[in-house]
Structures are given as structure tokens and as C-alpha cells.
Design a protein around this ligand. Structure first.
Ligand code: ATP
Length: 244
């Protein structure tokens, strides 16, 4: 579904990513891990079309999208969440989701277009999918941090994506919310979506991912099943002193 072939990215003289190749299939969850500054967010930005790589190729469902904009990739079925919150705090949870539904609809998008009844039902469906039933009228700013992350997930799912990129979807949430989010993300994968997830909560990545890609200094150190990468000597050295 998503494929990166020999991707490199240079900024000025600095090599941020070098020769990174990976695939994520439908119904598969790829965990992307690596120490701070390894290049994980840069990779997600390249996969989603926010950054154009200096070399290599990105394909989405076998279609070359290397030069395609983020909007074009979204129309082809790719969705993503961001490391930092992308919610409208002054709007309710339901309004945030409705905007995401409208934005994923046919162009031109207008925030002033009235949402139909169908969009109301889909909003409630999406909120249920992220275990937030009946929260449509709560203002985003009044939600707990964990619920804000769930709402972001609902918004990323509004376009009914075939592929989903998640950049630290559990950053800063409580331990119990981490488990809840992991369960929801697992269900999204099980519904057939190709999911690539950058995440620092190692136990979640290792418990949830089908395969794990380990980045270090912009290079792919290892890819494999969670147990394969945790046994890998190079990976253990990269995480020296940290429990894997
Ligand atoms: N636009 C940019 N211009 C210059 N350097 C950049 C740019 N974006 C990222 N970098 C550098 O690229 C390296 C990788 O950054 P990136 O954010 O991709 O890492 P990361 O693995 O996601 O880190 P973290 O886990 O801390 O979020 C870092 O050294 C960062 O400073």
C-alpha cells in the first residue's frame, strides 16, 4: 500500500535521511522507532507529501506519488495525524470531526457549507469508533489530553483512508489512555488500513506492530518483527541504556 524506495533527504549539507526503504501493506501496522533526532518525523513528512525527498521514490498503491502534493495523496487515500495538536479548540468535538469530513469531501472545500444529516451520523460513527460516544457537543478545549488524541484519530479517519500515518499518537497521554489508543489503532489496522506509526511508547509499539522499522541517524538500522528487532545487536547498541 505504502512503499518508500531508497529515500534520502538532505537539508543544506546535512543528510537527514539516507537510503530508507520500507513497505506497509493493507491491514498491517508498521511501527517506526528510533532515538530522538533519528529522522522519524521527517520520514512521515516525506511519506505524506509535506516534504519532497532529495532522492528515492514513494509509491501509494503502486502509484508513484513522489512528486504528488499532500492534498493529492490524501485524495488517493492517505491520511495522517500530527505530533502536535491540530484541533480547533473553540469548536466542539463533533464540529471538529464534521470539518474533517467536509475537508475530505469533493473540492472545493468550504467551512461555511452546511453539513447534511449524513455527516451528522458519520460524525457520531467516527466518535464511537474512537470510544467517544455522546461527546459531540463537548468543546475540544474541555477534553482530556487522551480524548484530544482520540479526536485527532477520528479526524484522521474521516476520509476513510486506506493508509494512515500516525506521528506519536500517544505523546503525553496517561498510561490508561495509551492502552485505549493502542486498542483503537489496532482495530483500524484490523479493518484493513495500512498503518505506519511513529511512537516512543516502546511497549505499545512492540505489542501492537506487525513489523518494526528502526531508524538511527537517518538510516534504517533494522526492520523485522518486534522480537527480531529487539534481539538485533545494532538496535540494542542504538538504544544502549534504554529498556527495549
Ligand atoms: N526542516 C529542517 N531543516 C533542518 N534540519 C531539520 C529539519 N527537519 C528536521 N531536521 C533535523 O533532522 C533530524 C531528524 O529530525 P526528525 O524530527 O525527523 O527526528 P525524529 O526522529 O522525529 O525526532 P524526535 O523523536 O525527537 O521527534 C534532526 O537532527 C532535526 O534537527
Amino acid at each position: 500500500m505504502i512503499e518508500a524506495n531508497h529515500v534520502g533527504w538532505k537539508v543544506g549539507g546535512a543528510r537527514i535521511l539516507e537510503d530508507v526503504s520500507l513497505t506497509v501493506g493493507a491491514g498491517e501496522l508498521l511501527g517506526i522507532i528510533g532515538p530522538n533526532g533519528a529522522g522519524k518525523s521527517s520520514l512521515v513528512n516525506i511519506l505524506s507529501g509535506v516534504i519532497r525527498p532529495s532522492s528515492g521514490r514513494i509509491t501509494l498503491q503502486d502509484r508513484d506519488v513522489t512528486r504528488a502534493s499532500a492534498t493529492r495523496r490524501a485524495r488517493l487515500g492517505l491520511s495522517r495525524s500530527f505530533q502536535t495538536s491540530a484541533l480547533f479548540d473553540g469548536l466542539s468535538a463533533g464540529e471538529n470531526v464534521r470539518l474533517a469530513i467536509q475537508a475530505s469531501g469533493p473540492a472545493p472545500f468550504s467551512p461555511f457549507r452546511r453539513a447534511g444529516a449524513a455527516s451528522g451520523a458519520r460524525t457520531e460513527d467516527l466518535l464511537e469508533r474512537v470510544r467517544m460516544p455522546g461527546r459531540a457537543t463537548t468543546l475540544a478545549r474541555d477534553l482530556s489530553h487522551g480524548d484530544r488524541r482520540k479526536l485527532e484519530l477520528a479526524m484522521a479517519l474521516a476520509s476513510e483512508p486506506k493508509a494512515l500515518l500516525l506521528d506519536e499518537p500517544m505523546a503525553g497521554v496517561s498510561a490508561e489512555d495509551v492502552d485505549g489508543l493502542a486498542e483503537i489503532i489496532g482495530e483500524v489496522r484490523d479493518s484493513g488500513v495500512a498503518v505506519a506509526m511513529v511512537e516512543h511508547h516502546m511497549h505499545v509499539v512492540l505489542g501492537l506492530a506487525d513489523r518494526v522499522a528502526v531508524l538511527h541517524h537517518g538510516q534504517l538500522l533494522a526492520t523485522g518483527s518486534p522480537s527480531e528487532v529487539t534481539r538485533d545487536e545494532l538496535v540494542q547498541q542504538a538504544y544502549l541504556g534504554e529498556a527495549l
